[in-house]
Write a protein that binds this ligand. Structure first.
Ligand SMILES: [Zn+2]
Length: 152
């Protein structure tokens, strides 16, 4: 093989490999696009199912929340406890924001409003009653147990 021929040969091989490379690049970019599309579709359907589960769970909760013998009693108690805590936190937040709950319709309104802008009821601010029976509270004396394991 003469020099020119061998250069052509090399060039030809190089060209082939570039072509092959380009093909595999376009294949892998197609694959990538397809993978992205599938992943997006999968996560979309998964999130739809999650929404359905939540809806189902809430409907189920309404049905069994008063049934203390329910097999879901532990979860129900947990939800109730957390709802209670939520109410407490919301009340604290409302107090900080100078907002109150309308005693007539339950709307969240500003303290300084004379009338509820939802139902029109006169806003009556009931001063929080001083907690009675406070002194009846048992004094909790924690028993301190010193662990002998702790080396400090
Ligand atoms: Zn109202």
């Amino acid at each position: 093989m003469g020099f020119v021929d061998s250069v052509k040969d090399i060039a030809g091989k190089f060209g082939e490999s570039v072509e092959r490379g380009a093909k595999s690049v376009s294949n892998s970019s197609k694959k990538f696009a397809e993978k992205t599309r599938l992943k997006r579709e999968i996560s979309h359907i998964e999130s739809d199912i999650d929404t359905d589960y939540i809806e189902l769970g809430k409907a189920m909760y309404e049905k069994v929340c008063d049934d203390t013998d329910s097999e879901f009693a532990v979860t129900i108690a947990d939800i109730k406890e957390k709802n209670g805590k939520l109410e407490e936190l919301r009340a604290l937040l409302m107090n900080l924001e100078d907002r109150i709950t309308c005693s007539s319709c339950g709307a969240n309104i500003r303290k300084e409003q004379a009338y509820c802008d939802k139902c029109g009821a006169k806003v009556i601010i009931i001063a929080p009653e001083p907690a009675e029976g406070e002194e009846e509270k048992e004094e909790v004396t924690a028993e301190v147990v010193y662990s002998s394991d702790e080396t400090e």
